[in-house]
Design a protein around this ligand. Structure first.
Ligand code: DGP
Length: 115
């Protein structure tokens, strides 16, 4: 794991975070700068820099990321009213942390725009 990767350090338990879910391969924790009442980041424990670096053999991992988001949306009580799933990818995509993460955002009315 890259020593300097903040999300690897969160996954390893070296940096505290508000963890809402974890299993052998994934961790989900609340975003430090929440954009909505529910703002959770779901990450693979393995260091993948971005969605652009996903390999063919990681299709299942990518699918599980979304399935975890779906289950967490239910757990957070936002599944019925709706929510947003976002993966920022690369600098023009607005990605700030270079470790693949899926944002689960909801609990308020979100605008229709994509910025
Ligand atoms: P992105 O722009 O897609 O790379 O989003 C990165 C998100 O990560 C941003 O919403 C803030 C969040 N974040 C950055 N550092 C930390 C941290 O140390 N802890 C937590 N919980 N969230 C963080």
């Amino acid at each position: 794991m890259p020593e300097e990767c903040i999300f690897c350090r969160i996954a390893a338990g070296e940096v505290p975070s508000d963890i809402v879910y974890q299993d052998e391969d994934f961790v989900a924790f609340r975003d430090i700068f929440p954009q909505a009442p529910t703002h959770v980041l779901i990450i693979p424990k393995t260091h993948i820099t971005s969605a652009a670096r996903l390999m063919e053999g990681q299709q299942e991992l990518a699918g599980r990321l979304i399935m975890i988001a779906r289950k967490l949306a239910e757990k957070e009580g936002i599944a019925e009213r709706g929510y947003r799933l976002v993966i920022n990818c690369g600098s023009q995509g607005g990605q700030q942390v270079p470790h693949l993460h899926l944002h689960l955002i909801g609990g308020r009315q979100l605008s229709g725009g994509l910025g």
